[in-house]
Design a protein around this ligand. Sequence first.
Ligand SMILES: NC(=O)c1ccc[n+]([C@@H]2O[C@H](COP(=O)([O-])OP(=O)(O)OC[C@H]3O[C@@H](n4cnc5c(N)ncnc54)[C@H](O)[C@@H]3O)[C@@H](O)[C@H]2O)c1
Length: 288
Amino acid sequence: MKKPASSVGIIGAGTMGLGIAQVVALAGYQTVLYDVNTEVLEQAVEKLFSTVSRAVERRKLPAGSLEKLNRTLQTTTNIYELGENLDLVIEAVPEDMELKRSLFQKLDEVCPAETILASNTSSLSITALGGVTHRPQTVAGLHFFNPAPLMKLVEVVRGKETSEETIERLRAFAESLGKTSVVAKDTPGFIVNRVARSFYTEAIRLLEEGVADVGTIDRIMRDEGGFAMGPFELMDLIGIDVNYAVSQSVYNAFFQESRFKPHPLQRQMVEAGYLGRKSGKGFYTYEQ
Ligand SMILES: NC(=O)c1ccc[n+]([C@@H]2O[C@H](COP(=O)([O-])OP(=O)(O)OC[C@H]3O[C@@H](n4cnc5c(N)ncnc54)[C@H](O)[C@@H]3O)[C@@H](O)[C@H]2O)c1
């Protein structure tokens, strides 16, 4: 991929889309961030500029980052404005197969056949997304982790028909962002989210059995177990709704294998609006 002349579209200005937009735009790619919701998009961009401004003040990002963002980042709520010049689109809308499939159908219509259509899905089938397009060879997974600006790993997921060239272009793109890439087969949850399922659900089971409280389990896993975050603080960061959607998706994709079974507490929390940091309450409470 040529850099920085090439441009990238990002679909969805939520937790992941915004983090990915920050990384991509600051790496010098012309970046177009698209969301269906005007208010969400406006607030997201405001948040992005204030995050970058704070990072510059704390010398975590170089001086000039805000100006760079101003030069490279555009936004739109019109999918047709994504333009014909994008060589990569990264989709980061909610973890819902029907939503993603209808979006990929639309992107297939809007973007030239050479444009790579990548999904940031945590668990859904890339082959199924490629199947609704006329160019499954340029459809792949490009799975960033939360928070995208900090987490080094990107999983590049090969669907049944994804071409080798698409995989290589995505690996080169990920490396150009300073990330480490790993290629994974198209399987529910890929590598990290498959292993991580029981990190979350076993922690909830321990909690519900009264073995230890939230703070203790997090502290033990983080401070003594060497994990960057404990399971409950990580679920709050990810979003209880997002994590629950991934749990359900992996469970169903494995034909309800009991080892992947979600916990009823996850559904209860989602139904009650306990979504984690983004709603101000989850396993912990947060100042909004
Ligand atoms: N949250 C995480 O920790 C995390 C980590 C890795 C991957 N993921 C994956 O990334 C994807 C997005 O997750 P998220 O946490 O950013 O979700 P989110 O709910 O924070 O954001 C989703 C965004 O998509 C927008 N949207 C909804 N429908 C749309 C459409 N049709 N077109 C354009 N925009 C639309 C919403 O307005 C919202 O801004 C999911 O597939 C999720 O599994 C999430």
